[in-house]
Design a protein around this ligand. Structure first.
Ligand SMILES: Cc1cc2nc3c(=O)[nH]c(=O)nc-3n(C[C@H](O)[C@H](O)[C@H](O)COP(=O)(O)OP(=O)(O)OC[C@H]3O[C@@H](n4cnc5c(N)ncnc54)[C@H](O)[C@@H]3O)c2cc1C
Length: 432
């Protein structure tokens, strides 16, 4: 595995983001862009469209009054941060960028008529568009059995679920068991579940809960991100606290008794059962057509869906092919990066220009391992040919140009501090 020095990684990801950020001089004054979903993808695309061309009217549709960030949310679950710290307002987008924010939920898209129906507190409204950006994040595929997220939360969409898991964690006593599941890849934030296991183990230690443990039931055959750092975290830093079980595909969940059967292990009456189910594209995105994995295939130059040049899907809901056969990772940083490429492509299209082919996207995740130390991971991509196993060109997509991650020995307090700098930069670049 190629590793990078952390400082080098920070400068590389900044450079990659910048490579996508070359606005065209659009003359598309008066054009209407509607954005569905005000998470990292939707907020960023609204922000950049208005920054790059204030003549374009941008309407952002989002059911919630504010966005609660998943990023840093494991620190809220474990009592190190307050909910306020991850609560992101739309006020700056509205006041500073001139984005019209409509509180409502998109019900349906009429791609032929270029309009979308939105449910609001005052009834349904229809919004017409020249371009539509759909960024609804994820929905869950319920596991077999009687899964009730009010009893056995996912806390994989931040907000009330974060509070619920935090409150349940607080009830854990000595010798109690926290059990969590990890779905098969791809899921949002590849290191996120392993980070959660570490943070819960750290919480139990900090609170002096003797004998209390974390059981990680992973549907994947191995740790999906930063294997070196997390293997060390599980076996050394949190030794005796975390039981990691690979190939644990969920067969049945009973939320009432907090019991679970998997292909590798069954647990009855866990004190806390944190079910993170498999993901698919958020429903309004999925209505545009999905691949076998449940995500919306897009052209990585424009994020347009197949056959509809003015409808784009970005963020966790989309599927972007990558050169290593895996999809581009689903992260807030990547959603922000895709938003810039998409905004640029929309402004070029409105201006009668072709999309830029010289594009790059990037992703970063910082993972707290304890309440004082963190790990990090980056992935950077440039657009180009995608090769098959025999070296033949099988299409166009995003090339993984480097993969940097913290060596196990670089899981430290310095990275823990950098995590907040990085997160605040991303929050600003998406919502301010
Ligand atoms: C514990 C955890 C830690 C993480 N850590 C990191 C990290 O370190 N780095 C990183 O980059 N990423 C991290 N992530 C991943 C990151 O949070 C997601 O990848 C990111 O939120 C995806 O952005 P998005 O805009 O696609 O979706 P979201 O942020 O989920 O936003 C989607 C929005 O669409 C809205 N919506 C849904 N349906 C509709 C509809 N019909 N009409 C209108 N609006 C709708 C939703 O209300 C929501 O606000 C983490 C995730 C978790 C769970």
């Amino acid at each position: 595995m190629q590793t990078l020095n952390r400082r080098k990684f920070l400068s590389l990801t900044a450079a990659a983001a910048g490579a996508a950020a070359l606005p065209p001089q659009s003359r598309a004054v008066g054009a209407r862009v509607v954005v569905l979903g005000g998470g990292f993808g939707g907020a960023s695309v609204a922000r950049y469209l208005r920054m790059w061309n204030p003549g374009v009217a941008v309407t952002l549709v989002e059911p919630n009054a504010t966005h609660v960030s998943c990023i840093l949310s494991n620190l809220v679950v474990t009592g190190l941060l307050s909910m306020n710290r991850i609560n992101l307002s739309y006020t700056a987008l509205r006041n500073n960028r001139g984005v019209q924010v409509v509180q409502g939920r998109a019900l349906g898209i009429d791609t032929g008529g270029n309009r979308v129906t939105v449910s609001t507190a005052n009834g349904n409204v229809t919004l017409g568009y020249d371009h539509l950006v759909v960024a609804p994040g994820i929905d869950f595929v319920p596991p077999p059995g009687n899964w009730n997220p009010s009893l056995t939360p996912h806390a994989w969409q931040a907000g009330p679920q974060t509070t619920l898991l935090r409150n349940q964690l607080a009830t854990l006593g000595n010798n109690d068991r926290f059990v969590m599941t990890i779905p098969k890849s791809p899921y949002r934030c590849p290191p996120g579940p392993y980070e959660r296991a570490c943070m819960v183990a750290d919480y139990l230690k900090r609170k002096g809960r003797t004998g209390a443990t974390v059981t990680v039931l992973d549907a994947n055959p191995s740790i999906q991100a930063e294997p070196e750092a997390f293997t060390r975290a599980f076996n050394v830093t949190h030794a005796g606290r975390i039981l990691y079980v690979p190939n644990a595909v969920v067969q049945s969940v009973d939320s009432a008794s907090r019991s679970i059967v998997t292909s590798a292990m069954s647990v009855s009456n866990a004190k806390v059962l944190n079910i993170i189910p498999a993901h698919r594209a958020g429903a309004i995105g999925a209505s545009l057509g999905v691949n076998a994995g449940g995500f919306v295939p897009v052209d990585p130059l424009t994020y347009a869906v197949s056959g509809v040049a003015n409808v784009h899907v970005i963020g966790d809901a989309c599927a972007v092919p990558a050169s290593d056969g895996k999809a581009v990772p689903k992260s807030g940083h990547m959603a922000n990066s895709e938003a810039k490429v998409c905004a640029d492509a929309i402004l070029r299209a409105l201006n009668g220009e072709q999309p830029d082919t010289n594009i790059a996207t990037s992703s970063a995740c910082y993972s707290p391992i304890t309440s004082r130390s963190a790990s990090w991971l980056s992935a950077n991509f440039i657009y180009g040919d995608i090769y098959d196993a025999n070296g033949g060109i099988k299409g166009k997509g995003m090339h993984r140009v480097d993969l940097g991650e913290a060596p196990a020995g670089e899981v430290n307090q310095d990275s823990y501090q950098d995590m907040f700098t990085w997160a605040d930069s991303l929050f600003y670049d998406s919502f301010a």
